[in-house]
Design a protein around this ligand. Structure first.
Ligand SMILES: [Cu+2]
Length: 189
């Protein structure tokens, strides 16, 4: 007969009424929607160049990455510019690719000698439609194993026909500084 009064039974009586749960759910949802809207607005502003990442932030970002942050006209271009390895550059093996899934191949060359450079570490890469006025339109870019020394390959999906820009930053073995190259690529339908 003591079974009637088990702790479990007592506990059930203290569960919140359904109306209370609903009110909490609505408050939570409104809060979530507000934060989402704020985040979208901020991201949109960044893309338009209405905002810039404050220099208090960029000053703490490793120098090599600063050039890749969205910058406004007001931001000094020279902030933290890393030493550029001007003797090295990436080049596209093909300036055009068919719209859709594609594997892009770039070559890293030592310009004075024209020799391909193997085993560089590509530490930043980005593919976007900045040349077509769509700097915020990016797409996936997945490094692939090399098939040949000096060639670097990336799997991507060119989701739209038009002008794309491939930005690469890399470290060369035995060299200080970074190679930074922006390459034009045209996706054709
Ligand atoms: Cu686009």
């Amino acid at each position: 007969m003591t079974h009637q009064n088990t702790p479990f039974r007592d506990f059930e009586e203290f569960e919140p009424a359904p109306s209370g749960g609903r009110a909490r759910w609505i408050v939570g949802f409104v809060l979530f929607a507000t934060i989402l809207l704020a985040a979208v607005g901020l991201g949109y502003g960044l893309g338009l160049g209405a905002w810039a990442v404050p220099s208090s932030v960029t000053a703490r970002v490793p120098a090599a990455l600063v050039g890749w942050l969205p910058a406004s006209g007001a931001a000094p271009a020279s902030v933290g510019t890393p030493v550029a390895l001007k003797d090295y550059a990436f080049e596209m093996t093909e300036a055009q690719a068919k719209q859709g899934e594609a594997v892009l191949t770039v070559r890293l060359v030592h310009k004075p000698t024209g020799t391909p450079v193997a085993d560089a570490v590509v530490f930043a890469h980005r593919l976007d439609m900045a040349p077509a006025g769509m700097p915020t339109m990016t797409t996936e870019l997945e490094p692939q194993p090399a098939t040949e020394p000096g060639l670097y390959r990336f799997k991507t999906n060119l989701t739209m026909a038009g002008e794309w820009q491939l930005s690469l930053a890399a470290k060369v073995q035995g060299q200080t500084g970074t190679v930074q190259t922006k390459l034009a690529l045209k996706a054709v339908p």
